[in-house]
Design a protein around this ligand. Structure first.
Ligand code: AMP
Ligand code: MN
Ligand code: MN
Length: 324
């Protein structure tokens, strides 16, 4: 994230925002902490630049993220979908498909701004601000806000910090850089409370979501010399899962790649996680999804029993490739 690149992009962003009166801000379906935090932070920044932001999301807001300032302003019902807006800003969404049915609200030719940190982002916007080296999309928004001298109050600091702490798994994953810590430090000085945010995000699960963890762990299967792990859960409508459920098998010493399978509406949603040089993003692409080297995912219209052996074989090949 070279300062001159940030400056160029930040200025283009400011110029685009100023040209539009009403901007629809959205993010990816099955949103994580970085997704909701980036959506709300971007909306605040648009207001600070003098334009109007309408927050829209296909699907509900996970209950552990409702504490985020401004979350009540996110419209999640298509019955109340905004009709009049001049441009769209998608944050943390690697492809336009990832914003789900929100894409159907976009008129042909309507300007799209794309701010993201996925290396596989195909630059689907008219303005694309992509920094794969950023730990989270909020890290990019933070750099933009600082470059443009936007006032970062406690609420904005809380949002920007939350994206950082969730996408780095509490500053533990390989994307945890000195620059991410510098941003976190700056945001803490501006009012973000690391303890309160961590409590809200990681320690406010519902009882049923923790029971889902026991359900998943009860069928944990470790194979390929203790290097690959899988587990599965039945997704019950309305029941939430803990933010870090997919990552649990990596806590076993020796496990370098894992997959979590969820049965949902006749489809299977899969989350892949890996350690170090073992990359799972190519596997996710093979199955029509995407993501980062150590955290990726996809959804297929197949039963878990059919897709599971294919995923294990793909993981086995990837593990062999990276360890020999
Ligand atoms: P998840 O396993 O849902 O937490 O997602 C892990 C990473 O993979 C995130 O960066 C997601 O944006 C990405 N990802 C998950 N599902 C998909 C998908 N169907 N298509 C593209 N990227 C995905
Ligand atoms: Mn995300
Ligand atoms: Mn992200």
């Amino acid at each position: 994230m070279k300062p001159e690149m940030i400056r160029t992009q930040a200025e283009k962003f400011l110029e685009s925002v100023k040209q539009q009166q009403r901007i629809l801000v959205t993010t990816h379906v099955s949103p994580d902490g970085d997704a909701i935090a980036s959506l709300l932070a971007a909306a605040k920044m648009i207001h600070l630049m003098g334009s109007q932001a309408i927050c829209f999301l296909d699907g509900g807001i996970p209950s552990h993220l409702v504490f985020l300032p401004g979350s009540g302003e996110i419209i999640t019902s298509f019955d109340n979908a905004p009709e009049n807006f001049d441009a769209v800003l998608a944050v943390d969404a690697a492809t336009l498909e990832r914003i789900g049915d929100t894409a159907k609200l976009i008129q042909p030719g309507q300007p799209i701004i794309n701010i993201d940190h996925h290396a596989d982002n195909p630059e689907y916007g008219h303005l694309n601000i992509i920094f794969p080296e950023a730990a989270s999309t909020t890290e990019i928004l933070f750099q933009i806000a600082v470059t443009l001298n936007l006032p970062i109050d406690k609420d904005l600091a809380t949002l920007l910090y939350t994206g950082l702490v969730t996408d780095t798994g509490g500053f533990r994953y390989s994307n945890t850089s000195a620059r991410a810590f510098q941003a976190a430090c700056d945001l803490t000085q501006r009012g973000a409370n690391p303890n309160q945010i961590a409590e809200a995000v990681f320690a406010s699960n519902t009882e049923s979501s923790i029971r889902m963890l026991t359900n998943a762990l009860s069928n944990l299967d470790i194979c390929h010399h203790g290097q690959i792990a899988t587990m599965s859960v039945d997704t019950v409508e309305g029941r939430e899962e803990p933010e870090d459920l997919a990552e649990y098998p990596l806590r076993v010493r020796g496990v370098v790649a894992c997959a979590l399978f969820r049965k949902k509406d006749g489809k299977t949603r899969v989350s892949l996680r890996s350690r170090g040089a073992v990359s799972v993003s190519d596997i996710a692409h093979t199955f029509g999804g995407g993501g980062h080297p150590n955290a990726a995912g996809f959804t297929v219209a197949e039963e878990i029993d059919t897709v599971r052996p294919r995923v294990i074989e793909a993981l086995r090949q990837e593990v062999e490739k990276s360890t020999f």
